[in-house]
Design a protein around this ligand. Structure first.
Ligand code: MN
Length: 252
C-alpha cells in the first residue's frame, strides 16, 4: 500500500504532520505539499513557469506551486510508483458546501481522483488546530476503513469535515451531501499606504441550505461529515430545456 499525502496549508502545517503521523503503519507514505500556504487556490495548475521540488529534512517533499501541482507532479513523474491512495489535509478550517469549489485541500485530493486514484480530503472545522490529535485519529480510522471499500467502487473521492473536539474519534459519522451557502460578503475596500484602493475578498456567506443530510447539518449536531464527491458539473436536468432554447435541431 502506497499513500501520497498533500495539503494546501503548506508543508510546515501542523495538520499535514498530524495526518502523516496518524497514517504510519498503513502503508508507505510519500508527502508532496506546497512550499507556501495555498488555501483557496482550487484546482489551479501552474503553467507559466516550471516547478521545483525540494526535500525537507524530515523527508517531506515540497513544491513551489499549488496543491494540484503537487499531486500532479507526484503522479506524473516524481513518484517511482503510482500510489493506491491520495490524502489531503488535515486542513486548517472547514471545507463544506460551495466552499469545496474553492478549496485547495479538496483539489489536491481531486487531482488524485482525476488520475483514477481513490482520494480523501480531511478538514478540521474551526481554524486554529484545536484537538488536531483527535481529528488525526478520526482520519486514520476512516482511511483504514475506506481502504477496505469494494474494489469495484474505485476510484472515489471523499470530503471529510471533523469537529474540533477532544472526543472527535468517538463522534458518530454521517455520510452527507454538500450544503449550499449564500453569496460571499462584499469585498472590503481599503486604501494602501500609497493611497491606492485595495480590496480584500470578503468572508464566505452563511449556510443557506443546511438541512438534514447536509455536511453543515451533520457537523453542527456533532457528527463527522463524509461527503462522496464527483466532478461532473453538467446540469443534467436542464439538458433538454437548453436544447429547446438554444439548439433547435441539436443532436440529443
Ligand atoms: Mn487550507
Amino acid at each position: 500500500m502506497r499513500i501520497l499525502i498533500a495539503n494546501d496549508d503548506g508543508y510546515l502545517a501542523p495538520g499535514l504532520h498530524a495526518l502523516v503521523r496518524a497514517c504510519q503503519g498503513l502503508g508507505e507514505i510519500d508527502v508532496v505539499a506546497p512550499e507556501q500556504n495555498a488555501s483557496g487556490t482550487s484546482n489551479s495548475l501552474t503553467l507559466g513557469r516550471p516547478l521545483s521540488v525540494f526535500a525537507a529534512a524530515n523527508g517531506f517533499k515540497y513544491v513551489n506551486g499549488t496543491p494540484s501541482d503537487c499531486v500532479h507532479v507526484a503522479l506524473t513523474g516524481l513518484l517511482p510508483q503510482r500510489p493506491d491512495l491520495v490524502l489531503s489535509g488535515i486542513n486548517n478550517g472547514a471545507n463544506m458546501g460551495d466552499d469545496t469549489l474553492y478549496s485547495g485541500t479538496v483539489a489536491a485530493a481531486m487531482e488524485g481522483y482525476l488520475f483514477g486514484v481513490p482520494a480523501i480530503a480531511f478538514s478540521l472545522i474551526d481554524k486554529g488546530w484545536a484537538h488536531l490529535d483527535a481529528a488525526a485519529r478520526v482520519a486514520r480510522t476512516i482511511v483504514d476503513q475506506a481502504l477496505r471499500a469494494p474494489r469495484d467502487r474505485a476510484p472515489w473521492l471523499l470530503n471529510v469535515n471533523i469537529p474540533n473536539r477532544a472526543d472527535a474519534d468517538r463522534l458518530p459519522r454521517a455520510v452527507t451531501r454538500l450544503g449550499r451557502r449564500h453569496a460571499s460578503e462584499p469585498v472590503v475596500r481599503q486604501t494602501s499606504p500609497r493611497g491606492e484602493p485595495i480590496y480584500w475578498i470578503g468572508p464566505a456567506g452563511d449556510a443557506r441550505e443546511a438541512g438534514s443530510g447536509t455536511d453543515f447539518h451533520a457537523t453542527a449536531v456533532g457528527q463527522v461529515s463524509i461527503t462522496p464527491l464527483q466532478v461532473d458539473l453538467t446540469e443534467h436536468r436542464m439538458l433538454d430545456a437548453w436544447r429547446t432554447t438554444l439548439a433547435a435541431g441539436a443532436v440529443a
